[in-house]
Ligand binder design. Sequence first.
Ligand code: GTP
Ligand code: MG
Length: 401
Amino acid sequence: MQLEVIGIGGAGCQIVDAIRAAEPADRSFVADVFAFDTDGEALPKYTDVPESHRYQYGQDVGLDAGLDGELQRGLEVGEEHVDELERVLDRGASAAADGFLVAVGLGGATGGGTVPALVATLQRRYDEPVYVLATLPADREFEPAVDGAPEAGRADTPPENGGGSSESGSAIASETANGPSRPNAAANAIETLERLDGLASAIVPFDNERWLRTGEGLVDGRDRCNRELARRVTAVFAASAASGDSVAETVIDASDIGRVMGNETAVVSLGYGEQPVETGGSRFGLGLFATEPDVETSSAVSAVETVVRKGIHDTLTLECERDAAERALLIVGGPPAWLNRRAIAEGRGTLESTIGGRGILGGDAPRPDGEAVFAAVVFADVEPVDRLEELRAATQERHRV
Ligand SMILES: Nc1nc2c(ncn2[C@@H]2O[C@H](COP(=O)(O)OP(=O)(O)OP(=O)(O)O)[C@@H](O)[C@H]2O)c(=O)[nH]1
Ligand SMILES: [Mg+2]
């Protein structure tokens, strides 16, 4: 499957950048990529998006530092500028894509304000599905900024190993460790979700509350969160990307993805598990003539079982009752010698009974040069979801005050 990937607003653009950085060069599923923001200072940060595809809008209406969380204004700006954004998209390869993936952070005004108009336009113009990847705000963002609060990036959480974050400078210097205080974030998120209902083909939420660590600020945790999200998105969509060197036994294609995601704005949650494996052998050459490493059947079976269990039960992009899912998809990937057919078939059986016996789709993703066995799981149509109810309740709470 080839996707046109579009980020809008701070979170959306950062996530798109992370997806671009995570996708395997030989199995690219990103037909094209765009970063749209009202905040011109933020755009140069998205270095994995070609400069010609980073686009600032809204200066004509006096916006050059973002919308500061004002969703109503954001919705107007979105309506007013959607034609302009469409023209920017026309510079790209939309016609070649099997679908669109639009990434936004719900809670703010730019991404959440523009995404309904952009999704509506894409749906009108193309037959392909339009999926929305949307972060849900964390409770710690709702606190009003306190005078003397720690500045961005200065919280005492140690930097993560290998983290590539070295942001500094004026754009975030006045923020708290959670970025700008967003007292309206829950209400904004719920409103945008309601507007997307009936427009987006499916919505894949990522729950920042769940993924940020206790006491960790958004500014410190977001790069890690974005990498985790990108890993899951990549595992699902790269499995359906054409690859030259190795053919899956059961290929996942765009229509399988379409069937599992549906076309009725289902809420979709992604699971993932992986286990590094010994690949032995030479890593030189094209791999075509490399001898297949001997893998004990019992080791292969156990690796597949482990990753399937993790994929089903470890933290999902959005925690939900697994047995509430109407549909599901399991992809098991890794070096071909490790992809034990029987264990993969059993994994599908496990997923099928997890969602209460409804039908599931399955496929495999051979990675001749891979160093891990992995499982990617898609749970589709998972509502009701506790976190969404909590955000709705927080919204009503604010209305009462
Ligand atoms: N996972 C993740 N979430 C983020 C990131 N940045 C922001 N968020 C979340 O996204 C929400 C919206 O923030 P932004 O995307 O910066 O907002 P925006 O769309 O640019 O809108 P305005 O800045 O209000 O104009 C926040 O409330 C956070 O919950 C990020 O890099 N990763
Ligand atoms: Mg912004």
